[in-house]
Design a protein around this ligand. Structure first.
Ligand code: 5GP
Ligand code: MN
Length: 336
């Protein structure tokens, strides 16, 4: 039982006297991080005067339509305000990550130092023990789905309203590949059915997130597929690598390569796809694979300072783009 009565009671007690509550997500916040944090914050703020959402860095612009998105603080852009909230918070909810090192050095340090009661709600494998209370459901397709379950476990179904529902929908939709990954279960659709009853427009959410291309974004994706994709048939693997100068040429903004790694995976006969992207001098890597017996997170953890889910992981490389690609090619045989 993920949301046991005992744990829920501890959270209720911690919330009782809380004056300031912080809800935080991981570095490079995605739709599930933003959606789950805003859903929880919008719910908590019904009963608590001050609830703030903080992220280590900015979220992509196509989540700006979510209620409360314009009030999210991020440590990069608003260092003083964000530091103060984390320092002063009585309770910190940690959403969509299961170890403090997913926050990046600066934010990790702040949260570690904080005296707040820390509650984790997350669906990644191997949760750490850095939290006072951990709600871990590694079978959930999204943290946002867990936020719904949390609100129900708190006995507060009556508090659900449309903007909470929109944020939950957004988190589930983005983390489940629009309801197609194996982690989508009957329960996922039950949660969505309840959310639609709140007046949520699924059509508007899909449009707001997926139909916001700029011409340069589309051209970048075309260039990546047309000129930069390398297929390694012997390893059933597709690779795309984009340097900082290539990204600049297409006026890259945060979020422009989201989902691009899945293009490689959609090729017949390919079961692993890797996207390398050089941003701010660091190589960010996205890994995807297909099949229960073809995990990619171990490769990400052992060789690229990362981790994640069995079939969707991330990592980083400090060094040259070419060296990162070469490293991948050298270690791939061990994982095929
Ligand atoms: P993405 O490729 O979308 O950035 O990340 C895919 C998945 O891997 C996400 O679930 C994300 O939470 C996880 N992930 C990304 N980067 C890291 C990392 O550096 N460490 C760990 N443990 N997980 C990561
Ligand atoms: Mn997630």
């Amino acid at each position: 039982m993920v949301f046991s009565r005992e744990k829920i009671k501890s959270v209720q007690e911690a919330l009782l006297d809380a004056k300031l509550i912080a809800v935080i997500g991981h570095k490079s916040p995605d739709g599930d991080a933003v959606g789950s944090c805003l859903a929880l914050a919008n719910y908590l703020s019904l009963n608590h005067p001050t609830v703030e959402v903080c992220m280590p860095d900015a979220h992509p612009h196509f989540f700006n339509w979510l209620t409360g998105a314009d009030e999210i603080m991020n440590l990069n852009d608003h260092p003083e305000k964000t530091m103060e909230v984390i320092k002063e918070a009585d309770v910190i909810f940690c959403l969509d990550f299961n170890a403090l090192n997913r926050l990046g050095d600066k934010m990790e340090h702040l949260v570690r130092k904080s005296q707040a009661f820390k509650v984790m709600i997350d669906h990644h494998l191997f949760p750490s023990d850095e939290f006072h209370i951990s709600f871990s459901d590694t079978e959930a397709c999204a943290t946002a789905q867990m936020v719904y379950d949390f609100i129900i476990a708190m006995g507060h179904k009556k508090y659900l309203h449309r903007s909470i529902g929109e944020a939950i929908y957004c988190g589930i939709m983005t983390d489940s590949g629009s309801f197609r990954y194996p982690a989508v279960k009957a329960h996922t659709h039950e949660v969505i059915a309840e959310i639609l009853k709140l007046g949520v427009s699924h059509e508007r959410i899909h449009e707001s997130v997926f139909d916001t291309n700029t011409l340069s974004r589309l051209k970048l994706r075309g260039y990546a597929t047309n000129e930069k994709m390398e297929i390694l048939p012997q390893f059933a693997t597709a690779i795309i690598a984009l340097s900082e100068s290539e990204l600049d040429k297409f006026n890259y903004v945060h979020g422009d390569t989201d989902g691009l790694v899945n293009v490689g995976l959609s090729i017949n006969g390919i079961n692993k796809s890797v996207l390398f992207k050089e941003v701010d001098g660091i190589i960010r890597i996205s890994f995807r694979s297909k099949g229960a017996h073809n995990p990619i997170n171990e490769l990400a953890a052992i060789h690229f300072n990362g981790g994640g889910h069995a079939n969707a992981a991330g990592g980083r490389w400090e060094g040259k783009l070419e060296d990162a690609i070469e490293k991948l090619k050298n270690v791939l045989p061990e994982f095929c």
